[in-house]
Design a binder for this molecule. Structure first.
Ligand SMILES: [Fe+2]
Ligand SMILES: [Fe+2]
Length: 322
């Protein structure tokens, strides 16, 4: 998921026949492919967006990975394991898509491991109970779908095509999360309370996932003109709230927002003010789990060193044999 929050684009200053052809192609809803001419700012914007998206998928495995050994049944364990594996796969598709723009996988990994890379703020919150796993699937993957469906029509071909499969998998993730919530909400008083507590903690961070309000989003017009982005942060956030609030009410849960109310005239759910200071603090590296996540990722990378060495040794042997 998870790309919208951090988007920033660079203004394009290209005025040339190539730039005219490029824009005409985009206006005509054609895809830009890796070998096509593209403005440097378009390339840099995509590298940043796709790599942040890839990092988010990879770091996103960690909060849920913590619960694989503690899943309450074999069925839940198998589903969670498959879901976490999917997120790793999403990261790999996205790193591959970023590589088509001329950046190396090693550079991208270095950026993540060194702490220089940005990834979605949502993955810096702790998973305290099994209900958090349900809530993440329902809300975080639900937000990912909202964000990523429009990316299936992104002007850059490799990114758009990767999103098609990713969105299908996110849909499975969202359903497995909602089903966990449904089970908890139909269970004992303690289980329902656990579900309510998880919603209380995750609701506001999920709304932050869509990124800063449109009034604070710089250069958004350029990304819309390039058709990398099809909807603004606020428009996607509103779509998410409108889709999710009835689902929460069906579960019998209360949203932790006294200002939440249905506006009859517009048909939209209005919601209270988001704490943007919290969002900025998490993005700056000061969320509840930023340091823990980075350490876990570095350890996983170090633990996998033998696999990389073995693969390189095998490749070298194959070359000699050939
Ligand atoms: Fe994903
Ligand atoms: Fe997912």
């Amino acid at each position: 998921m998870y790309s919208q929050a951090l988007n920033t684009e660079e203004a394009s200053s290209d005025i040339s026949p190539d730039a005219d052809r490029f824009q005409a192609c985009i206006d005509d809803e054609q895809r830009i492919e890796p070998n096509d001419w593209m403005p440097d700012a378009y390339r840099r914007t995509l590298i940043r967006q796709i790599s942040q998206h890839a990092h988010s998928e990879v770091v996103g495995m960690l909060p849920e990975g913590n619960w694989i050994t503690r899943a309450p049944s074999l069925r839940r364990k198998a589903a969670l394991l498959a879901k976490v594996q999917d997120e790793g796969g999403h990261g790999l598709y996205l790193y591959s898509a970023a590589e088509t723009l001329g950046v190396s996988r090693e550079d991208l990994q270095d950026q993540l491991l060194s702490g220089r890379a940005k990834y979605s703020s949502i993955f810096n919150y702790p998973t305290l109970s099994w209900a958090d796993i349900g809530t993440i699937g329902w809300l975080v993957d639900g937000a990912a779908i909202m964000n990523q469906i429009p990316l299936c029509r992104c002007s850059y071909g490799p990114y758009a095509r990767a999103m098609i499969r990713v969105c299908r998998e996110e849909s499975f993730h969202q359903r497995q999360g909602y089903e966990i919530m449904l089970t908890l909400c139909q269970g004992t008083t303690e289980q329902k309370a656990m579900a309510q507590d998880a919603l209380n903690r995750w609701w506001w961070p999920c709304l932050m996932m869509f990124g800063p309000p449109d009034t604070d989003s710089q250069h958004s017009d350029t990304s819309m003109r390039w058709k990398i982005k099809r909807f603004t942060n606020d428009a996607l956030r509103q779509k998410f709230v409108d889709a999710t609030v009835p689902q929460g009410h069906f579960l019998g849960l209360n949203f932790p927002d006294p200002d939440l109310r249905l506006d009859d005239a517009s048909g939209h759910w209005q919601f209270g003010a988001i704490d943007w200071a919290e969002f900025r603090a998490v993005l700056a590296g000061n969320g509840p789990c930023n340091r823990e996540r980075l350490e876990a990722r570095r350890k996983a990378h170090a633990d996998g060193a033998w696999v990389r060495e073995a693969a390189l040794a095998y490749a070298a042997k194959q070359r000699i044999a050939a």
